[in-house]
Design a protein around this ligand. Structure first.
Ligand SMILES: O=C(O)CCC(=O)C(=O)O
Length: 301
């Protein structure tokens, strides 16, 4: 198996994106103020059950991605031939996989994201699916997501939806409050654990967070539960073997204060040809604003 990112299908936008977006409305949901408070304080929150009805469809979409990785955008395997199991991920596929498209256009994800970020808008950055097969011992290295991305800002959230029951021992864990510690950590390769090579003085090395750390957020997940976390919150896993297949589907959202940032290092997704300069708003033809939805004001900014 080839380890690493084997981008096959070039990522491209739907031609009639505006029309597609206007064809669906996203429901508003009311997120409890204490949940928003917890998210803002800890940089992570678990919302049980919220996307349960989407689990069968998202699972079907992900299966096509797994069956034929090269037909989709940015498939990546992080477990080599000499290791056990499989750790697969693939991203930027919502325009290629109809079930993902339905989810971003018709689920309450956009409404949830805007409330957690305390942002008037929720702009979709991309989707990201993860699969660890039974027997996988590969740890997800401790990292946070913002420095992988060609953006900067504080109003961000990933909505990571469990598609299988995930016991606490093998679930992604988080260092509470780390989104506000002021550090930016160099991205790390999931296969080797090595840092991306870079000459960016603003990046330092991510710490390995000990199991005994007192401020860890560790929760078992059921299908349809959403782990919601800030792009700056440190997270990772142990190398505890995966007992049953563990799949998750994530969408990454940007709020009002997010802007394009030309990074000094490689980015993931490798979106190097957006035609933007640092400080620009992210292009809405590639990264649609899905909140507000068209029945309550439509995309604006
Ligand atoms: O599922 C995993 O182990 C990794 C998830 C992750 O790193 C992310 O969603 O940013």
């Amino acid at each position: 198996m080839t380890v690493g990112n084997t981008a096959a299908k070039h990522w491209h936008p739907i031609k009639n994106l505006d029309e597609v977006i206007r064809s669906a409305d996203r429901p508003a949901i009311d997120v409890n103020a204490s949940v928003v408070e917890d998210f803002q304080r800890d940089g992570v929150v678990l919302i049980p059950d919220i996307f349960k009805r989407w689990v069968p469809d998202l699972s079907a979409g992900l299966q096509r991605n797994l069956d034929d990785p090269q037909s989709f955008a940015f498939p990546c395997d992080s477990v080599g031939d000499k290791e056990t199991g499989r750790f697969f991920d693939s991203y930027c596929n919502w325009q290629l996989i109809s079930e993902y498209c339905d989810f971003v256009l018709s689920s309450p994800a956009a409404s949830l994201a805007s409330q957690l970020m305390r942002s008037t808008t929720a702009q979709l950055f991309h989707d990201h699916a993860f699969v660890k097969e039974r027997g996988t011992q590969k740890a997800t290295p401790w990292h946070h997501d913002l420095p992988y991305y060609c953006i900067d800002g504080f109003q961000t959230v990933s909505l990571y939806i469990a598609l299988d029951p995930i016991p606490a021992q093998t679930a992604v864990r988080f260092l509470k409050g780390s989104h506000r510690n002021g550090h930016l950590y160099a991205p790390r390769n999931f296969a080797s654990g090595a840092e991306y090579s870079h000459n960016d003085p603003s990046l330092c090395s991510a710490p390995h967070v000990e199991e005994s750390a007192s401020d860890l957020f560790i929760e078992a997940l059921q299908p349809g539960d959403a782990l919601c976390f800030d792009f700056r919150t440190l997270h990772g896993t142990t190398d505890e073997p995966i007992q049953e297949r563990r799949r998750a589907f994530s969408t990454r959202w940007m709020g009002d204060d997010v802007r394009y940032l030309e990074r000094l290092s490689e980015t993931s997704p490798p979106l190097n040809d957006l035609g933007l300069t640092t400080g620009d708003l992210m292009r809405t033809d590639l990264f649609p604003i899905l909140w507000p939805t068209s029945d309550n004001g439509g995309a604006r900014r």
